[in-house]
Ligand binder design. Sequence first.
Ligand code: ADP
Length: 652
Amino acid sequence: MAEFRQNNEDSDQQQSSSGGRRPGGGFPSWLLWVVAAIMVGQIFFYFNSNNAREISWSSFKREMLVSQDVDKITVVNKEVAEIYIKKEKLGQGPYASIKPSEAGPHYKFNIGSIESFEKELDEAQQDISPENRIEVEYVNRTNWTGSILAWVLPLVIIIAIWMFILRRMGGGGVGGGAGGNIFDFGKSRAKLFEKGQSNVTFDDVAGLEEVKVEVKEVVDFLKNPSRYTRLGAKIPKGVLLVGPPGTGKTLLARAVAGEASVPFYSISGSEFVEMFVGVGASRVRDLFQKAKQNSPSIIFIDEIDAIGRSRGKAVSLQSNDERENTLNQILTEMDGFGTNTGVIVLAATNRGDILDRALLRPGRFDRQIYLELPTLKERKAIFLVHTKGLKLGNDIDLEVLSAQTPGFSGADIANVCNEAALIAARQDKNAIEMKDFYDATDRIIAGLEKKSKIISEGEKKVIAYHEAGHATASWYLKNADTLLKVSIVPRGRSLGAAWYLPQENVIYNKNQFLDRLCAALGGRAAEDVVFGQVSSGALDDLEKVTKQAYMMVAYYGLNEELGNISFYDSTGQYEQSLHRPYSEATAEKIDEEVRKLVENAYQRTKKLLQDHRTELEALAHLLLQKEVVFQKDLETIFGERPKEEEEVPVSQ
Ligand code: ADP
């Protein structure tokens, strides 16, 4: 899904600059330097100031105490005795190395316990007259540097790690939205588009005429609310855009932003939920608060299914409480703001079917707009928009291009146009030709041609018959799609491919389904008919066939045995819970019927290919020779395609 262009200044930063807060977050760096300098100074001072020499008790007694050189003894913290030598004794005799100006303590030693120290000191001074005896002074001294280091250092380290983690989570620190500030992780990360910042208009959205009418009304609600409120009408609170990927939901929202000229907050559903519990709900609150402050405004939540999934029975099995809290908060906020507050919530999803019903009830997303894949006419309009800036050759026929791109979304078409331009540029052309568009379409459908892929002759033959089988089967089945071209040039992961022009039907009947099953089985059946054995190359076909057969039997009620029953669940509840809504016996019956259906289709295809073996062989040979075969070559081999009215027997 297309990303919104990132706004240079997001809402949070705007807020922080107006509030005078430093965008870097945390405390200023000069303060950190001052603290560090003081600490280093203290440490230096501590080590320098305490340069008393270590001495043992016995040498202290023998050399200093007995000779009465000691001026005073200070016991610090009941641990260390600091010895001060009399000033007049310094600089001579055993103290020659100590300058008389040195204040002391000059020596120190560990005392062990106070009791033993006092006892020993008394004993040592027995012979000294009482007036000359040394008194001991006891002091308690706190080592501030050590304490600060012991407490502050781990704290500083923890804070540093914390800041680092938060910044990493915040998407790259300063400027990365709310994560730029460590305390902002609960703030919404919505990007704010101020008036005139989105230059997309409704003219850039091609087709989707009905949708545009509805969405334009939203713009009108915000521009002229009185037009509606004077008649007592309530302005809708939420508009949900539902549709397959690439159909232009985000583009429409951008157009709304461009045209409404009101603040537009854009956020993706997944951005609400993060590692922390409670962040989602807090972000929702913050987002709605900001939007209300700046009303009239629009909130756009892209991919709302990330949080708005229906809360199924199996919730306890998954850890999605956080998502549920976020969803509840959205519901509360949407209920909370009265009608006509001037805030409209736009949301987009590819999966409208799995959204929680609570979200869809009136009063919340009371408008649901469905976007479909573009029709032929719309595709042409989208081609027109996207070829506007391109240098096109004279042979370009957008009519043909739009006819040959059924099932393409707007995003696919935009991609085709760009790819065609790249292909033309690669060949140094002056203008983009029709062939470049064809190549681009092929490339988008099937991937890049891999001409260098080494395939043995034997394998190539199998591939040619396989593709010829698809082509032959679909040619003779009147309900199968029209074949455009067949190729055995390997592309992407596939070794060969057949291009069809799908019918743009909204509903299919049973015969149409059956014919499509047979066409899909054509490749494998051809291998069987020609070589008498099958290869692993039909994986994709078989996957498609199996899925379709299950859908026919279990969803569409197209099987007589099971009757008019569908186990399809539009609420997605069964998908989440672990049990099936039917009995074991029914499950067996479904499996049996699916198997029967596929087997019958296979036999029918085989028979058809046996009947048209000559054409099959002819096409396979042509493919081996030319690698790519177009519709007109097919017509020379097969003749006219069976007309719609012709009834081809359908066995079941
Ligand atoms: P979605 O949100 O539905 O998945 P986007 O809006 O992101 O799809 O569409 C992706 C791109 O496809 C757009 O940026 C635009 O270039 C192109 N596109 C899709 N629909 C249209 C359209 N109706 N008209 C023009 N361009 C379209």
